[in-house]
Ligand binder design. Structure first.
Ligand code: SF4
Length: 200
């Protein structure tokens, strides 16, 4: 029995490895494509993978909802193209980014993010009602973070990390790992600053 389980696990690992390598090869071949197109394709692909996972696994219901924004107060790593898409989205909507806040946030990394004053920990796109103001073009890191446990456990001040449960989609993780390998990921403030500067 355990031999069967081991064989199945090895098959699954080989399948995921092949998937990852396929993504890396495809993304390397696409590095010359227009940044906005790359970002939109990445988002469509991520949405497709998550939907497929939901259908195939009958995964537990996601409990994230509008106004629940605990995860929007942590460090978020994004692709460079996603930063260009976010900046372009704001420009076309006639909206400006809080550049001062970006500068302050840029002094912090993944390990030190929570050392910022509480107000600065919030994503620059989080609105006063606790909703994402760029929802349609939010990065893949935000798209794939789907929590199935009680959202109150996501409140970092409660110290209940071990009670957070999320829907974990290996295919989605392979896609973003490949993007990390090919494009590199950056924390959102740094990536946005670079995209803003490039558009000047
Ligand atoms: S982009 Fe939107 S969903 Fe992602 S962290 Fe910012 S406010 Fe939250």
């Amino acid at each position: 029995m355990s031999t069967e389980r081991d064989a199945a696990r090895l098959r699954r690992m080989a399948e995921l490895r092949a998937l990852y390598e396929g993504h890396v090869a495809r993304l390397r071949a696409a590095t010359d494509a227009a940044p906005l197109q790359l970002a939109r394709e990445a988002h469509a692909e991520m949405d497709g993978l998550l939907e497929q996972d939901r259908r195939l696994t009958g995964a537990e219901a996601v409990r994230c909802h509008k106004g629940c924004s605990h995860c929007c107060h942590g460090p978020v790593e994004i692709r460079p193209h996603e930063a260009h898409l976010l900046v372009e989205h704001l420009r076309s909507a006639g909206r400006a980014l809080d550049r001062d806040k970006l500068e302050r946030q840029s002094a912090y990394g993944v390990d030190t993010w929570r050392e910022q004053p509480a107000a600065d920990q919030a994503c620059v796109f989080l609105d006063a009602a606790g909703a994402c103001s760029v929802y349609d073009v939010r990065p893949n890191a935000c798209r794939k973070l789907l929590v199935t446990s009680d959202p109150q456990h996501c409140d970092i001040s409660r110290g209940e990390y071990e009670r957070i449960e999320r829907r974990f989609c290996w295919e989605a993780e392979m896609l973003e790992s490949a993007a990390l390998e090919v494009f590199g990921l950056q924390l959102m403030p740094q990536a946005l600053k670079t995209a803003l500067d490039a558009g000047r």
